[in-house]
Design a protein around this ligand. Structure first.
Ligand SMILES: Cc1ncc(COP(=O)(O)O)c(C=O)c1O
Length: 424
């Protein structure tokens, strides 16, 4: 007779990869879990959570888009597998958009792939260029904006690479000098020949900063000199306030296609964050290897979602929808700036950027840690802020707020903070 082995003999944790063994849960999910934990207590004291941490529009997607999507559901063949690279009708719509919005010609057959959201695409792009290594000094390096979208650092780490920060500060107008970053990397004992790519993200999360075209030209030149891939993340390319210059595509820089790949997202402009659709466009080899690696992991996006996305990218109604929402974000920024001014923040000196739906604010003078400030505001006032360090070391001293909440919530944030003694 066989004896049953004790399940305690097996410790699955011992089987985790070296990269995952010490991995923390993604910061935004950690914040969400903490909010859930505190909610009963906050509700009891009349401070139900107001989530100023949301990185997604709270409005409905465009009505025309929803109507179109519903119609596609009964089309023949719509419910079967797609392909990771995307359907021809979607790729053609992307090419049309790149031409009409940025004046850029791209070949839908070789220079575009669909993505299950740009987060997925970026993570797989990193996998495609990083050879995983344990020793930090031996790792392939990707230069990463700091503060920047938290997923870059995590995904590079899981791929077995090293992210090296390029600091975005008020002093450098949020446009880091990449040559300085290489010098600093050398001083830290890393080998610059291990740099495989540089990431830029304008308009930026979390700061909202935009980049002038000349900066794009500089970064293309930098990537060419170092023979590396330039990854431009323009998830917020459509989110800019009235009167601002429309953000550029890196592919507008002559010759950029030799070395650049750009990540676009339909999530933010069309309030489609849950639909999971974006695209990468640019250098054919970069796009090709990305599509190839995706082929081992996903089987493409629901065709009806691709149909709706193609509609969104080419529809004047959807463009008008984006402009309307941007007006609302600009209005919300005004409300919050006036509110924080009332609480003593030196708003005039901050010169807040006029893009995205984020507000990047310094913490009060009596605080030295943004995490402590965010924790206090959450526990006392029930207001959920994202500490700047969630986006990198350079984010210390700042918090990020979103401008997607309804006006009464924005006003309640200021009122609660005032009542609870949170002043600058
Ligand atoms: C800068 C940036 N890039 C990419 C993404 C990912 O967006 P998605 O995967 O929804 O396309 C986000 C989401 O917050 C972001 O802020």
């Amino acid at each position: 007779m066989t004896t049953l082995s004790q399940s305690a003999d097996v410790n699955i944790k011992n089987l985790y990869s070296d990269y995952c063994a010490n991995m923390e849960t993604y910061i935004m999910f950690r914040i969400a879990a903490r909010v859930v934990e505190l909610t009963p207590e906050l509700e009891k004291k009349g401070r139900p959570p107001i989530k100023m941490s949301i990185g997604a529009p709270t409005v409905e997607p465009p009505k025309a888009l929803l109507d179109y999507f519903i119609k596609t559901l009964s089309e023949p063949g719509i419910h079967t597998y797609s392909v990771p690279k995307g359907e021809k009708f979607f790729l053609d719509a992307v090419a049309q958009r790149m031409k009409s919005r940025f004046g850029v010609d791209v070949n839908p057959a070789t220079e575009i792939t669909s993505l299950l959201g740009s987060k997925e695409g970026l993570a797989n792009m990193f996998r495609a260029i990083i050879t995983p290594r344990m020793d930090h000094k031996e790792r392939d390096i990707i230069l990463t904006p700091d503060p920047g979208y938290a997923s870059y650092v995590d995904a590079i780490e899981v791929a077995g690479g090293l992210s090296y920060p390029t600091p975005l500060t008020l002093e450098n107008s949020y446009l880091p000098d990449m040559d300085d970053a290489v010098e600093s990397l050398k001083r830290d004992g890393y080998d610059p020949t291990r740099i495989k790519a540089v990431i830029i993200n304008y308009p930026s999360n979390p700061i909202g900063a935009a980049a002038p075209f000349e900066y794009y030209e500089k970064v293309v030149d930098f990537a060419r000199r170092h023979k590396i891939l330039l990854i431009s993340d323009i998830a917020y390319s459509e989110m800019y306030f009235d009167g601002q210059e429309a953000p550029h595509s890196i592919l507008e820089v002559p010759g950029a296609k030799d070395l650049a790949v750009e990540f676009h997202s339909l999530s933010k402009p069309y309030a489609m964050t849950g639909w999971r659709i974006g695209f990468a466009v640019g250098n054919a080899d970069a796009v090709g290897i990305l599509a190839k690696i995706k082929g081992t992991m996903d089987s493409g996006i629901f065709r009806a979602v691709q149909k709706a996305a193609a509609f969104a990218l080419t529809s004047p109604e959807c463009d008008a929808y984006i402009r309307e929402n941007n007006k609302m974000y600009a209005e919300n920024q005004k409300v919050m700036l006036a509110g924080f001014k009332r609480l003593g923040w030196p708003i005039e000196q901050l010169n807040p950027p006029k893009a995205t739906f984020y507000l990047w604010l310094p913490i009060p003078r009596n605080y030295t840690s943004c995490e402590k400030f965010a924790a206090d505001v959450l526990e006392k006032s029930g207001v959920v802020l994202v500490p700047g360090t969630a986006f990198g070391k350079t984010g210390e001293g700042f918090v990020r707020l979103s401008l997607v909440n309804p006006k009464h919530e924005l006003e309640a944030v200021i009122d609660r903070m005032e009542q609870d003694g949170f002043v600058y």
